[in-house]
Ligand binder design. Structure first.
Ligand code: NAD
Length: 332
């Protein structure tokens, strides 16, 4: 059983005392099946070692046992899409913090981490521009017949509907406006209406209205128990003629059976996705150029996003050990 490390404190002095006992000399593991760019790793090592911590790296590992061995004596862990399941957490009795360098943290078992007193953080906003640029590129790619001969369409003047107006959704909206699109958005959890007004984006009150009006629907909801499998037949078939669903969120939010049924019945609908659906081969065979998926998740795969997210993860760890800052904690 892992040591339980408290991270909520009755008094400020208790917290200060707890964290001064760490400050320096923590062992930080960067565990990445798909490694960061070299410039990102160099910067992360500089930040962490500069603050007096030791850095170890496990890159391109091919077997989970390598990860289980590597976490055995570490205090902090930085990962990308690596799966941090309960067995990994159980194998890391000294672990105090996991930072997912990226936005989505569905690859980390946050509940189990919380039960063990391990803080989980993400690095929100650090890779958003990369993902937003890919979403726009995908719209143009699908409008131009996947860059094959034939008459395509323009995105200017079309309605771009943003499902979830967080860091990525907002950037996609702003880029869409700059390209002359009519941008609408739906996000019930944004309480401050001025965000939409300030961007010149129309806020719609229901998901149904959003899909009904979308020439391009750009999906940015996180994968949660509530959202998994939530985008299916009814919503897709309510979209206007010739509409395209652009998914740079997660494949798990799509009801794939519903998607296939909608594409079968509506020969005008298109689907483009950052990372292939489970039934991608069958979909490509059946729907041809109306479906396109990146072979590997590549939304955040830019040197800039890699560096931003990696450096932010390193800084958050240094700050956590020095001051107890848990601003970006996602498992409270
Ligand atoms: P974010 O946390 O900034 O924004 C998420 C938004 O979703 C928030 O505004 C929240 O209010 C909204 N939301 C949550 N549940 C909702 C629901 N049921 N209905 C409508 N809105 C809801 O995250 P982000 O940085 O914008 O990233 C969005 C998602 O994109 C991530 O969760 C991740 O899964 C995915 N992502 C993919 C890549 C990639 O490489 N393709 C990279 C980064 C992020």
């Amino acid at each position: 059983m892992a040591t339980i490390v408290p991270y909520t404190f009755e008094k400020k002095e208790e917290k200060a005392l707890y964290f001064t006992s760490f400050v320096k000399g923590m062992k930080v593991l960067i565990a990445t099946e798909k490694p960061f760019a070299k410039a990102a790793v160099d910067g992360m090592v500089e930040i962490l070692e500069g603050a007096g911590h030791t850095v170890v790296r496990l890159e391109k590992y091919t077997d989970k046992t390598q990860l289980l061995d590597a976490v055995a004596d570490v205090d902090a862990l930085i990962v990308r899409s690596d799966k941090i399941t309960c067995d990994v957490l159980a194998a890391a009795p000294n672990l105090k913090i996991v930072v997912r360098a990226g936005a989505g943290y569905d690859n980390v078992d946050c509940c189990d981490a919380k039960a063990r007193g391990v803080v989980v953080m993400n690095t929100p906003g650090q890779n958003s521009n990369a993902v937003a640029e890919l979403a726009i590129a995908m719209m143009i790619f699908m409008s131009r017949n996947c860059f094959t001969p034939g008459t395509g369409g323009e995105i200017k003047g079309k309605t771009l509907a943003i499902h979830a107006y967080g860091n990525v959704g907002r950037l996609v909206g702003c880029k869409g406006k700059a390209l002359g699109m009519n941008v609408i958005a739906y996000d019930p959890f944004v309480s401050d209406c001025s965000v939409f007004e300030c961007d010149g984006v129309e806020r719609v009150e229901s998901m149904e209205e959003l899909y009904r009006r979308a020439d391009f629907l750009s999906l940015h909801i996180p994968a949660t128990p509530q959202t998994k499998g939530s985008i299916g037949y009814e919503l897709l078939t309510s979209m206007p003629k010739g509409a395209t669903l652009v998914n740079t969120a997660r494949k798990e939010v799509i009801d794939e059976a519903g998607l296939c049924k909608a594409l079968s019945e509506r020969e005008d609908l298109k689907y483009v996705s950052d990372v292939a659906p489970e039934c991608c081969c069958q979909m490509n065979e059946q729907f041809g150029k109306r479906v396109f998926a990146t072979p590997k998740k590549m939304g955040a795969e830019t040197a800039e996003a890699n560096i931003n997210a990696g450096l932010a993860a390193a800084r958050q760890i240094v700050d956590f050990f020095e001051t107890g800052n848990t601003k970006f904690q996602v498992n409270r």
